[in-house]
Design a protein. Sequence first.
Length: 215
Amino acid sequence: MTDHGLIIAGGGLAALMVAALAFRRRRERLLRLALAARHAWELPTQSNRQILRQIEDAALTQIGHGRRITASYRTKGRTIVFSYEFETGFEQRRQLHPWLVVVQEVDHGCSRATITRQEWVTATVQGPACHAVPFSSTPSSDSQEAGNIAIVEDPELWRSILAGPVGRWLADQPRDRTWEILPGLVVGYQPGEIQADKLEALTLTAGELAKQLQH
């Protein structure tokens, strides 16, 4: 093939990539609009950058690069739900990591805590002021279920909380889901592309946790 032929072929490939990207963005936009209409969700008043600033202490926003929100909504009440992604690695080893995130504003009166079964989350939030508190799904159990752990600032307070209904509720959560209790916020996230059913489930569950923490 001549150089001229290579240029034409390369140009055609580039055009196909641009068209594919445009199709994907249009499809995602239609999905976002349909999801918003279905639940009467609105666009948040603050920018995506302001939303990320709200959860800048969360473990999820401490890793990777190219962090960005790809779609965000404000639901009824004080809740923002969005799809979020970041990258790890560079050049040929670059990987994209999509997540679903919910941020629920709530006056819970609790100190900071991270409840997770993910080792990378545990490693990210560990520090001199943090304490690991394991817990089980049944308060009478002598042995803690593997993986149920909270990284907390006030271990005495959270041992009391996790010994009751909140602990049992958290122990029954999906293994890939992480919850963080931050000042005035409940933040939940799990890996995955934006999907209506998963986004809805995460939003409803955040509301349940917020109510339990206020009791």
